[in-house]
Design a protein around this ligand. Structure first.
Ligand SMILES: [Zn+2]
Length: 422
């Protein structure tokens, strides 16, 4: 059965590129996916039906409201908006009716907070499909991931009479900030899955190559720290205040001084500090956005524990109230050998991609999905699909090589054919 054409994949990718939406606000994106997948013949679940509400991380009400307003203005039907019930993402399911393995695939759908380049040499600007949502951009290639997901979906539906088992195509919200995978994992949609596949375009791997088993995924936890003090007149009554800004500053320098860990890599970054109201007021509130990373879960836990101790201690010494919130989370990656072999065979022997060894060096929340499947006895893999990119990920002139989309579809469908062919 034939694959979608490269032109079709390009058209899908460009349509998503034009309407980038930040994590948990992807209402236009989700509505489009749901409509297209239903048109193909899938049973499609909205986020509400498969996400664990208790496990949702880093969902800002302001983003949700803006996303809903955008969907309304865009002309998304009120029924579809009501069906999404404030949650984004969707899962398309197909049951061939013939006994066989259950295979799940994950495609992420959110964008990043970057204003897209308007430079005429930037292809999306040149060809008129640049972001129409100012300040936001598909600068990580998730628009391409969705196009690949739709391509796989189309092939699957057309090929179903030659396949056995069941399929779940998960279109996951809020990968950026590693927020969306946890509610997918804890919602249970993966619990009967035998094989799980996920991938990322680019990431230092050029077109025509594939990194089947990227190494050095760091465990990470994204945290917000909040300090609450007491405001006071800085001239008349400074002794009556409790200075949250001073505590927060002290906290930053102590956080950066957490001792390294002898068992492996650690990272810490404090990315933002917001505090205070005016020059002559003792600052009563301060908020830090930080992240820790570690080579494995134990080391990451060590970083979290150290960071929390510092926050608690600082608050006590400055007379502040301390609060923390986990905003995102991902773990390390251990691909299953059976699937490393399978993806290598399909990608390199059948499609002709060149294998590449490499380090990921970052974090990705698909690792939580991989872990969930493996913990319950299934096999799982995350790989990097080569695509020569213009500019780095998350940069204003980032762009993928659209010719890699079809290869992406072929890797997924090639693996499916081996595992689920009748
Ligand atoms: Zn990404």
């Amino acid at each position: 059965m034939s694959h979608p054409t490269s032109e079709q994949l390009q058209q899908w990718r460009r349509e998503f590129h034009q309407m980038p939406e930040i994590g948990w606000s992807e209402f236009v994106t989700t509505a489009k996916l749901m409509s297209m997948l239903r048109e193909m013949g899938y049973q499609v679940l909205p986020g509400k039906a498969f996400l664990s509400q208790d496990a949702i991380l880093g969902r800002r009400q302001q983003d949700v409201e803006q996303g809903l307003a955008r969907a309304q203005a865009y002309g998304i039907s009120p029924q579809l908006i009501a069906e999404m019930a404030g949650l984004t993402g969707c899962v398309a399911q197909l049951d061939t009716g013939v006994a066989g393995p259950t295979i799940a695939m994950r495609f992420d759908i959110d964008c990043v907070v970057v204003a897209e380049s308007q430079h005429p040499q930037h292809i999306p600007a040149q060809l008129g499909f640049a972001s129409e949502n100012p300040g936001y951009m598909h600068a990580c290639g998730h628009d391409g991931h969705m196009a690949i997901g739709l391509g796989v979906a189309q092939w699957l539906m057309a090929s179903r009479s030659t396949l056995k088992g069941r399929f779940k195509l998960i279109f996951q919200p809020a990968e950026e900030g590693v927020r969306g995978a946890k509610p997918v994992a804890e919602g249970g949609i993966l619990d009967d899955v035998d094989y799980f596949f996920s991938a990322h375009l680019g990431m230092g791997c050029p077109s025509g190559e594939i990194m089947v088993n990227p190494l050095e995924f760091l465990c990470t936890t994204k945290l917000d720290f909040r300090f609450y003090g007491a405001p006071a007149h800085a001239g008349i009554n400074p002794q009556g205040g409790a200075n949250a800004l001073a505590g927060a500053c002290h906290c930053v320098t102590q956080l950066l001084g957490i001792p390294r860990h002898g068992d492996g890599m650690t990272r810490i970054n404090v990315g933002t500090l917001h505090a205070g109201e005016g020059r002559n007021v003792i600052p009563a509130k301060a908020e830090l956005q930080l992240e820790v990373r570690g080579a494995n879960q134990a080391i990451n836990q060590y970083m979290i524990a150290q960071a929390l101790n510092i926050g608690i201690g600082i608050a006590q010494s400055y007379g502040l109230r301390f609060e923390h919130e986990v905003m995102g989370e991902a773990v390390d990656l251990h691909n299953d050998t059976e699937l490393i072999d399978l993806v290598s065979r399909v990608a390199c022997n059948e499609i002709g991609l060149k294998p590449r060894e490499g380090l990921f060096g970052g974090s990705e929340d698909a690792t939580l999905l991989v872990k969930r499947v493996q913990d319950l006895g299934g096999k799982a893999i995350y790989f990097v699909l080569g695509s020569t990119i213009a500019a780095g990920h998350h940069e204003a002139s980032f762009d993928i090589d659209e010719s890699s989309l079809l290869q992406g579809v072929q890797v997924f469908t090639g693996c499916i054919r081996v595992l689920s062919g009748r």
